[in-house]
Design a protein around this ligand. Structure first.
Ligand code: 5GP
Length: 197
C-alpha cells in the first residue's frame, strides 16, 4: 500500500535494525484518514471471505481494526492484556510472549463475543515474531470460530512471524512489508501487489 509506505518513509523512525517507531500515526498519535484507507484495503482483500467478526489486541490494533470493521460492517473485539474488573466470567485466554519487552502476558476475550458460527479476521499493527498473532489465533481456535486470515499493517519480513504463520497455512495480508531496517533506513520488500495499490 503505497500511501502507508510513504508515511513510514516520511514519519517513521528507525530506532535500531530491529525496531521501527511509528508513534506519530499508529502507535500513539493516530492518523484517522490513513486508518480509514487501511480499513478499506483490508476490507477489499477479505471482501469475499464472509467475515463476521474482527479480532485484535489492545491498544494499537484497535484503530485499524475498527476501520476494517466499519468497512465490512461487522463488530470488532479486542483482546485485553490486563484483567478487567468488569470482565471476570467466561474468558478465553492465551499466553503471549513479547520479545521486545521480554515478558509473557495473558490475553483474554469474553467468550460471549466469539462463537463457532463466527468467521474471524485478525488485525494487528505489527508482525514481528508472530507471538501476538499466535495468541489471538489460539483464542479464535478455542472459541470454535473459523479463522479467515490475519491482516497486518506493518510486517517486518526479516523476522520470523510471517513465514511461521504462512507455513501453518494461515493467510497473512500485510499492507507494508519491511525487508530491512539496516543503516537507519527502511527498505520495503518490493512486490507487484504493493506497486499496484
Ligand atoms: P510479535 O508478537 O509479532 O513478535 O510482535 C507483535 C507486537 O510487538 C506488535 O503488536 C507490536 O506491539 C510490537 N512490535 C514488534 N515489533 C515492533 C516494532 O518494530 N515497532 C513497534 N512500534 N512495535 C513493535
Amino acid at each position: 500500500m503505497r500511501l502507508l509506505q510513504e508515511k513510514i518513509k516520511n514519519d517513521g523512525q528507525v530506532l535500531s535494525d530491529q525496531i521501527l517507531k511509528v508513534d506519530s500515526f499508529l502507535n500513539h498519535q493516530i492518523d484517522p484518514a490513513l486508518m480509514l484507507e487501511i480499513g478499506k484495503e483490508f476490507a477489499k482483500r477479505f471482501a469475499n471471505e464472509g467475515i463476521t467478526k474482527i479480532v485484535t489486541i489492545e491498544s494499537s490494533g484497535i484503530a485499524p481494526a475498527v476501520m476494517t470493521g466499519l468497512q465490512l460492517n461487522v463488530p470488532v473485539v479486542f483482546a485485553r492484556k490486563r484483567k478487567s474488573l468488569t470482565l471476570t466470567e467466561g474468558l478465553i485466554t492465551a499466553s503471549v510472549h513479547s520479545f521486545t519487552k521480554q515478558e509473557t502476558n495473558e490475553i483474554s476475550i469474553a467468550q460471549k463475543f466469539l462463537n463457532a458460527e463466527d468467521k474471524v479476521l485478525i488485525i494487528d499493527d505489527f508482525l514481528a515474531n508472530g507471538q501476538a498473532a499466535l495468541g489471538l489465533i489460539d483464542i479464535v481456535n478455542q472459541s470454535g470460530a473459523e479463522l479467515a486470515g490475519v491482516g497486518i499493517v506493518i510486517e517486518k519480513s526479516f523476522q520470523d512471524g510471517a513465514k511461521m504463520l504462512s507455513d501453518q497455512g494461515i493467510r497473512v495480508e500485510s499492507l507494508a512489508r519491511v525487508a530491512s531496517l539496516a543503516n537507519g533506513e527502511v527498505t520495503f520488500k518490493s512486490e507487484k501487489v504493493e506497486e499496484l495499490v
